[in-house]
Design a protein around this ligand. Structure first.
Ligand code: HT9
Ligand code: FE2
Length: 309
């Protein structure tokens, strides 16, 4: 008998591949409203400060391929077919979902390369999936993994990176600050799980690594007038400095890759602000190609697929 075919849709944020693509990318993030020339220039300068562009698309692609290999190793009884797509740049999620249907995929599992869930983070990826599914004239069933923030292999990998980060403070335990991307504060009115997921991830990692002093903050809030989730990580570091802290270790656990929001917002902007406050600030490494990340994602996909087959 032929093995069952299961599509694996691995979705990432996306980033421009060339400088000329920064404007349409930014416009897409802003839901079709072009940025002002000043806003565009500011974003171009942030990309320039990290070497011109971000490697996020390459990293996401490679992470997705590792998930496929882990699935093939664990469950060779299934014919896994990998599809990688992005929310804000090509390959676009709706195009890739249409291609899955053209390829005859009928069962698929979708997962996002960000651990925590929110109507405005993972939910927004699946909204793009749903819009594409509604236009199809063929049956395609997509199982949704809206969050995977407590997958044991993921937590274990983060614990390892936390221990490595702590080792950079031989003089004593630093204050640890766990961050994820800020979202508009109105998500709280919906009882959105996002803040709870950040806390649960951080607590599990702190427990695993034996961290006793840890805090939570949000980073990279959008440049819009509405209120965003706080405290902002810059304010949190200033608060810790005012209370006498001289060593801070930031862990951007809401992300899994080296990209602009980490390499610029934390490594350049936050480090400089910390230095001005007399604080030695380090950041734990991102997972990128850590095998524990691929294994965690593959475990979540396999469970969802087994439930659906
Ligand atoms: C929840 C969330 C995640 C985490 C979950 C996930 O990973 O999905 C995330 C990740 C990322 N966000 C990224 C980039 C950007 N996000 C922006 C702006 C915004 N993000 C938002 C949300 C999120 N974003 C929101 C609500 C806005 C404001 C929109 C508006 O203004 O209406 C802007 C515009 C300028 C600015 O505001 O900074 C940029 C350039 C990159 C890629 C960087 C690279 O190229 O390496 C990554 C991984
Ligand atoms: Fe973003």
């Amino acid at each position: 008998m032929a093995r069952p075919v299961v599509g694996v849709l691995v979705m990432a944020y996306g980033t421009p591949n060339r400088k000329e693509e920064i404007l349409p990318y930014y416009t897409h993030i802003r839901r079709g409203r072009p940025p002002t020339p000043e806003q565009l220039q500011e974003l171009i300068e942030r990309y320039e400060a990290i070497g011109g562009l971000s490697q996020l698309n390459q990293i996401s692609r490679s992470q997705a391929e590792s998930v496929l290999r882990a699935l093939q190793a664990m469950a060779p009884d299934v014919d896994w077919r990998l599809y990688q797509a992005n929310k804000h740049w090509e390959p676009w999620i709706p195009d890739v979902v249409a291609r899955m249907a053209e390829d005859g995929i009928q069962q698929a599992v979708g997962i996002v390369l960000a651990p925590q869930g929110s109507k405005m983070s993972s939910g927004a990826y699946f909204e793009q999936v749903d819009q594409a599914l509604a236009r199809l004239d063929r049956p395609l069933q997509v199982e949704r993994i809206l969050s995977w923030h407590l997958e044991p292999e993921f937590i274990a990998a983060q614990v390892e990176l936390m221990r490595e980060g702590l080792a950079r403070f031989p003089g004593g335990e630093p204050e640890v600050v766990f961050t994820c991307h800020s979202l508009p504060a109105r998500i709280l009115e919906w009882g959105d799980p996002y803040p709870e997921h950040l806390r649960e991830m951080g607590e599990a990692i702190a427990r695993g690594a034996g961290v006793t002093r840890f805090h939570f903050a949000y980073q990279s809030a959008g440049r819009t007038p509405e209120p965003w989730l706080g405290p902002d990580v810059r304010d949190k570091v200033a608060e810790l400095a005012a209370a006498g802290a001289r060593a801070v270790l930031v862990a951007a656990i809401g992300f899994v890759s080296d990209h602009l929001e980490v390499l610029y917002d934390l490594d350049i902007e936050l480090k400089q602000a910390a230095a001005e406050l007399g604080v030695h600030l380090e950041r734990t490494r991102m997972l990128n190609d850590h095998p524990g990340l691929a294994q965690a994602l593959a475990n979540a996909v396999l469970r969802a697929a087994r439930g659906a087959l």
